[in-house]
Design a protein around this ligand. Structure first.
Ligand SMILES: *Cc1c(COP(=O)(O)O)cnc(C)c1O
Length: 411
């Protein structure tokens, strides 16, 4: 970053400090990952300079010969990786991708179903503070209060009663498998479109270590920057019969010029994900999450649904008090472990002061950590949860975290 250093020392120094943070902290926010240098190079390339409204070989501006090849390659790779009939690689991120899907199939005020935010859904699945809940009519579904699991019979009953035009399946804080086939069947039974939002688990899906909603699901939406380990961005996959509707909704419906630099980086990430190496990575992500969840439970920590099938874990802190999530997340940050406070299903507190912690293993696994490290980290997290106001403990854990990070350099 020599040019930046010379021209803008202020921004350069913030970025350098962030690099140090990413090296020396255990980053366990399950929606984050560390991308390869190849992905970053494509993302920072001269493709950033080009306007390319339209689609490959059908553009509104001249000069898109190279860009067309880039976007065409990204589309072909996405289709191959997920086994999809059609791919749109232009969505700027996960939320705009979902907005485009709403625009494609619903009119303002139309009914749809999505997983309640408090039970593990995403803002764009119908939260009242989001466009999805403001413009459209959300009928939320939740998880079972005892088991923390989706109850497909109950979801079907709601669908039969409400007759939504669209049903969204997908998670941001649900640690178990989702029966996408059952969602599609229910949608077909009530004449709704089924949208599977696999933003969190896309990398695991591509590797075959988590159930895939393809090829049978109508529409599949994902981000490219979570377990898939690509640049920040979105992707929509669908059956050929919905291709035109989706493409029109993304452009000109929702967006203007696509970010072709990011699209190139997506293509690079799709190629990386289409490998034995990445399959091994995804398998290890899940193994690590399972080992970590066992380490936590062995220390007496309660987990929502008592474990995990994917890359994420949701800790229920109510045994230690109501609304402790933020406080304990801050103590853990002090100890060098970065995760996020999160609501748990039927949280006795508020979303601003939630009673849970959400954490995951994608970054630790990218750095090369395995079961042995997960056992250590699980113990440290449990120790901090139990004594989060003990400054000596926080310092001791921070020192050990730094030492561990030193052995697992990524950048
Ligand atoms: C992360 C996520 C999104 C939103 O993605 P952004 O890139 O943050 O806009 C949408 N849906 C789900 C399920 C997600 O996990």
């Amino acid at each position: 970053m020599e040019s930046l250093k010379n021209s803008d020392l202020e921004i350069y120094s913030y970025i350098s400090a962030e690099l140090e943070r990413q090296k020396n902290v255990l980053n366990m926010i399950p929606s984050e990952n560390y991308v390869s240098s190849a992905v970053m190079e494509a993302c920072g390339s001269v493709l950033m300079n080009k306007y390319a409204e339209g689609y490959p070989f059908k553009r509104y501006y001249q000069g898109n010969k190279n860009v067309d090849e880039v976007e065409k390659t990204a589309i072909e790779r996405a289709k191959k990786l997920f086994g999809a009939e059609h791919a749109n690689v232009q969505p700027l991120s996960g939320s705009p991708a979902n907005a485009a899907v709403f625009l494609a199939f619903l009119n303002p005020g139309d009914k749809f179903m999505g997983l309640d935010l408090a039970c593990g859904g995403h803002l764009t699945h119908g939260s009242p503070v989001n466009f999805s809940g403001k413009i459209y009519h959300n009928i939320p579904y939740g998880v079972d209060k005892e088991t923390g699991l989706l109850n497909m019979d109950e979801i079907r009953e709601i669908a039969l009663k409400e007759k939504p035009k669209m049903i969204i399946s997908g998670l941001t804080a649900y640690p178990r498998k989702i029966d996408f086939r059952k969602f599609q069947d229910i949608a077909e039974e009530v004449g709704a479109i089924h949208v599977a939002d696999i933003s969190h688990v896309a990398g695991l899906v591509a590797s075959g270590v988590y159930p895939s909603p393809l090829p049978f699901t109508d529409i599949v939406v994902t981000t490219t920057h979570k377990t898939l380990r690509g640049p920040r961005g979105g992707l929509i996959l669908c059956k050929e019969k919905y291709a035109k509707q989706i493409d029109k909704a993304v452009f000109p419906g929702m967006q203007g010029g696509p970010h072709e630099n990011t699209i190139a980086a997506k293509a690079v990430a799709f190629k990386e994900a289409d490998s034995e190496d990445f399959k091994r990575y995804s398998l290890q992500v899940v193994k690590n999450a399972k080992t970590l969840s066992e380490a936590l439970m062995n220390e007496g920590i309660k987990l929502v649904s008592d474990g995990t099938d994917n890359h994420l874990i949701l800790i229920d802190l109510t045994f230690y008090g109501v609304g402790l999530g933020k406080e304990i997340a801050e103590a853990l940050e002090e100890a060098g472990i970065c995760l996020n406070a999160n609501t748990i299903p039927y949280d006795p507190s508020t979303p601003f002061k939630p009673s849970g912690l959400r954490l995951g293993t994608p970054i630790l696994t990218t750095r090369g950590m395995k079961e042995e490290e997960m056992k250590l980290i699980g113990k440290w997290i449990a120790d901090v949860i139990k004594e989060h106001k003990n400054p000596e403990l926080l310092k001791e854990v921070r020192d050990r975290v730094k030492e561990l990070c030193g052995k697992f350099r990524f950048y």
